[in-house]
Design a protein around this ligand. Sequence first.
Ligand code: SAM
Length: 451
Amino acid sequence: MSVQPARRIAFEVLDAVRSSDAYANLLLPTKIERARLSTADAALTTELTYGTLRRLNYYDRVVELAAGRPVDRIDPPVLDVLRIGAHQLLAMRTPSHAAVDESVSLTASVAGRSATGFVNAVLRAIDRSTPEEWTGRVLATARSDDERLALEHAHPVWIIRALRRALAAEDRADELAELLAADNASPRVALAALPGLAGVEEAGEPTRWSPVGVALASGDPSRVPAVAAGRVRVQDEGSQLAALALSRARAIEPGERWLDLCAGPGGKSALLGADAALGGATLVANEVVPARAGLVERAVAALDPRPEVRVGDGRTIGDEQPAAFDRILLDAPCTGLGALRRRPEARWRKSPADVAALTALQLELVASAAKALKPGGLLAYVTCSPHLAETRPAVQEAVERHGLVAVDTASALRGVTREPLPTVDGAHLQLWPHRHGTDGMFIQLLARVNR
Ligand SMILES: C[S@@+](CC[C@H](N)C(=O)[O-])C[C@H]1O[C@@H](n2cnc3c(N)ncnc32)[C@H](O)[C@@H]1O
């Protein structure tokens, strides 16, 4: 029996994510396009791939219980087939015979005939109980409340604890389950119409917050002509607000110099560059990884004038160009814990050790950005992570060590957003997937006060 392309592609992506650290959100669209899948098959492939990757810990526990052995004693390609099979049986309600038979055929082609009996037996064992019965059985294996939440909502325990702390800092710890559920829902595609180059109405319906935001009703964004021309770009609304917080917090004086310190792949540079061009300012987009600087070049290609794109370490710009910029965006490298809904496997890749390394880098970048800021200038410190270790220390050092003043960011965005953002305690703005429908961006404006 031949294997349906949807299941084969889902397997290939899981295999590449596991064995060569591939990014599913980059690899999957390429494979779907190459296979010339219909819209329905593309949607099925995406659900098989993303749904399985998100809930890996849950399906691994199901497989362990059904197979009677730990997953590290199962051949990795066979385990991937079982994970995809379990997702079909427990979450997609695929008819049993299709899920089992196709998984067996897939096993024969990727792991050899000798493994097919095992896959058949494990999937039939999974199919003998209802999804609800499996949930009960899996949750009963949890050794703590947090492990139970981790299995129920498919997040690692350390991320659950970090998100709970970040919510608790806003007195919202009781919203944890809602946040975890939002991380598991596929976001709608949001687009940004670049100011001066495209109108919102060209591409779809206006979004809730961003004045340049467009919601794509359905389909492939690259088929929208303005997207193909680079005048409208796929960009989360939270990211749009981060760029607009800097470009629209105050009127632009012609001749202002702006810097995007960590620009790759260039989403925010494109929006900043468009606003800069309209206001008579110039933008320099800096990125340390040359290949990512190439992506920035592509992102800003439709702009006139085009921002200068440079390859360099943002940590040295402050010494190289002190007091040179009127506005700086520091969209810091971070764990991305606020964007887990977009990158289904990301949650399983990160570790607490990444946080410590990133906090250190963020502090060095803040020091450099603060030096590069002119008196009277404005800095936006941004992360797509609400982790307190990636937000609080950078802002605290900007104020206490580098003499910047925290600006009330929600107020600065008041006249900018379509709908007023809910008020927050403190000068920063923390967006949340479950509250705002955006990625979990943290945005703090900081000013160097004129002396
Ligand atoms: C969160 S991403 C920026 C996303 C970008 N602003 C956008 O909207 O498309 C952070 C970027 O910082 C870059 N980066 C990491 N270390 C850096 C450094 N020392 N100097 C400059 N850029 C750095 C990473 O390569 C990555 O492209």
